[in-house]
Ligand binder design. Structure first.
Ligand code: N01
Length: 539
């Protein structure tokens, strides 16, 4: 036995799980139910994954709490006291901690321990997993529950280290309160993290300057406390609702649109957009008509309508124009906000369009653009993540014959179903590239993958088999299918973290599966029902 931090780690387990977010926690619970031994390694000091790390001001989920919660335990969903429509980060973290306590998960989680590498040994059919503390654990299965947006990315701007004031990164926010009162603050980045934090920082700071390279589409969240009657209604119908979630396209049931945006009158179209805008729900907006994702012309109607809204809200015409995105709606992740556009009417908030005056460097005093130097007491980096692959290729995973996952994926991730990768037996990814993941309510996709992986392991054990590995043919066909579907959509038109283009040098390829969680689940279930078709099962 070796000791890491205060926890004793067994030298051999059935499964090593990397990450104690929503995926890792449910996996641990599920594998325990199958009488398997598992250890979870977690880099943070607590559970919650993305909700442990992203503590920036204003952080909230953009899927409603009653839908963004585990469905695997009826007692949990009946009893958990959600308070708000869109809970804050502390509220979601409290839920994660509640789950960890309720299911007694902590005894098998090793905190403050990053997994650095893992190598497959074909003779023993096991993984040898190494951590930053130089411990080694042998496991039959290695399960990467590392999340899609967990490897932070700083902007590639010279001089970051020279700034003499305080620097913050939204995805690595300090655990103690940060007080911007009386401070001059600069923020770089206007994705979801920027859009959520800007209004809150603006209320505190003396002066806030937003450096925007690409504007986001954002919808007002219309957050509010949940009413007792809506909680009671959901609890009474939860089973049917969960089923509808699983069969839906994005993990949130919506009224499926039947009309093209181009076949209705201007009045009908505007009324539909207005209704979605008022509803405070991204999925409502994206499913007003059938063809936003595939027709530029249809998408333009929505884009132009939102531009109108922005111009209506933001008083300064130049600022309003800079806030209007030109790419198709939905092709970069849209945001849900509280007072985002309104914030630009405050006298202490200024927008700098980096399209007009590019960022040159960070200086000792602040930020220099091609036009001038701005002086700050603090700089906030809301600059995103090495999404979908960063956390996987950040671990030195060596499969059969020493094959490196990072090198194998250098021209883009290659998976079968987003769950396995050829050359890497008994390696499972939860919500990996090539699965719906980030295009869905993550918890729905997480539960589906956890249950599928647990089922695959149970199948191997029942059949006396020791390993499962995606075949190259099945993987090639899946990658082609993922690309083909993406090719029918407008997604590739925008540069986004979906495409990997936010990370210099990363291959431009659309990574999630656009077919929807309902269709995808059927495909995964069919694969299992046909004896794990497309996987080699090895004795
Ligand atoms: O990151 P982002 P995020 N110079 O990549 C800019 C989820 N999430 O943390 O677009 C100047 O979206 C970059 O500009 P550009 C959600 O899925 C959910 O905000 O590359 N600017 C962009 O504006 C979300 O989509 C929630 O031109 C630079 C910004 O930084 C995902 O996480 C909340 C730059 C990064 O935006 C990521 O969101 C928060 C540079 N060198 C996050 N480099 C909710 O549930 C980057 N940028 C609500």
């Amino acid at each position: 036995m070796t000791t890491i931090e205060t926890r004793t780690v067994p030298p051999r387990v059935d499964a090593v799980i990397v990450g104690a977010g929503f995926s890792g926690m449910y996996l641990l619970h599920k594998l325990r139910e199958q009488n398997l031994t598992a250890v979870v390694f977690e880099a943070g000091a607590g559970v919650g994954g993305t909700w442990y790390w992203n503590r920036y001001p204003g952080a909230r989920v953009d899927v409603e709490s009653l839908a963004y919660s585990y469905s695997f335990s009826e007692d949990l969903e009946q009893e958990y006291p959600w308070r708000e429509r869109y809970p804050t980060q502390p509220e979601i973290l409290k839920y994660a901690n509640h789950v960890a306590d309720r299911f007694d998960l902590r005894r098998d989680i090793v905190f403050r321990t990053r997994v650095t590498g893992a190598g497959w040994d074909d003779d023993s059919r096991t993984w040898l997993v190494r951590t930053e503390h130089e411990d080694a654990v042998t496991a039959r299965f290695l399960i990467m529950a590392t999340g899609c947006l967990s490897t932070p990315k700083l902007p590639e701007i010279p001089g970051i280290e020279t700034f003499k004031g305080a620097s913050y990164q939204t995805s690595r926010w300090p655990h103690e309160d940060v007080d911007f009162t009386g401070k001059r603050v600069g923020i770089i980045g206007t994705g979801s993290s920027g859009v959520q934090s800007i209004p809150v920082i603006a209320e505190q700071a003396a002066d806030l300057t937003v450096f925007q390279r690409t504007p986001s589409f954002s919808l007002p969240a219309r957050n509010r406390p949940l009413r007792p009657d809506e909680i009671a209604d959901m609890r009474a119908t939860y089973r049917a609702y969960r089923k509808a979630q699983r069969e839906s396209s994005g993990g949130v049931p919506v009224v499926v649109p039947t009309k093209s945006a181009l076949e209705v009158s201007d009045e009908e179209r505007d009324a539909a957009f207005e209704q979605a805008w008022e509803s405070g729900s991204l999925v409502n907006l994206l499913s007003t008509f059938t063809d936003f994702a595939i027709s530029q012309e249809a998408n333009d109607t929505c884009r132009n309508w939102i531009h109108g809204k922005i111009r209506e809200i933001v008083r300064d015409p130049r600022t309003a124009a800079d806030l209007c995105p030109e790419y198709p709606v939905g092709t970069k992740r849209p945001c849900l906000d509280t007072n985002y556009y309104e914030t630009y009417n405050r006298p202490n908030v200024h927008l700098v369009s980096l399209r007009r005056t590019p960022l040159v460097e960070v200086t000792e005093k602040g930020i220099r653009t091609s036009e001038r130097e701005y002086e700050f007491d603090a700089i906030v980096y809301a600059t995103g993540f090495d999404a979908m692959t960063g956390a996987l290729t950040g671990v030195d995973i060596r499969g059969r014959d020493g094959l490196s996952l990072k090198e194998t994926w250098s021209a883009g991730p290659r998976t079968y179903l987003g769950i396995g990768s050829s050359g890497f037996p008994n390696l499972f990814m939860i919500t990996g590239p090539g699965s719906p993941s980030v295009l869905s309510n993550m918890i729905v996709s997480i539960e589906q993958h956890v249950e599928w992986v647990a089922g695959a392991i149970a199948h191997l054990d029942r059949e006396g088999l020791r390993a499962i590995e995606a075949t190259p043919e099945a993987q090639d066909a899946w990658v082609a299918h993922v690309n083909e579907l993406a090719g029918y959509t407008l997604y590739p038109k925008a540069n986004s973290w979906y495409m990997g283009t936010n990370v210099p040098g990363k291959t431009r390829v659309f990574m999630p599966y656009v077919g929807g969680v309902g269709e995808y689940r059927k495909k995964c279930d069919d694969v299992a029902a046909r004896g794990y078709e497309g996987f080699s099962l090895i004795a």
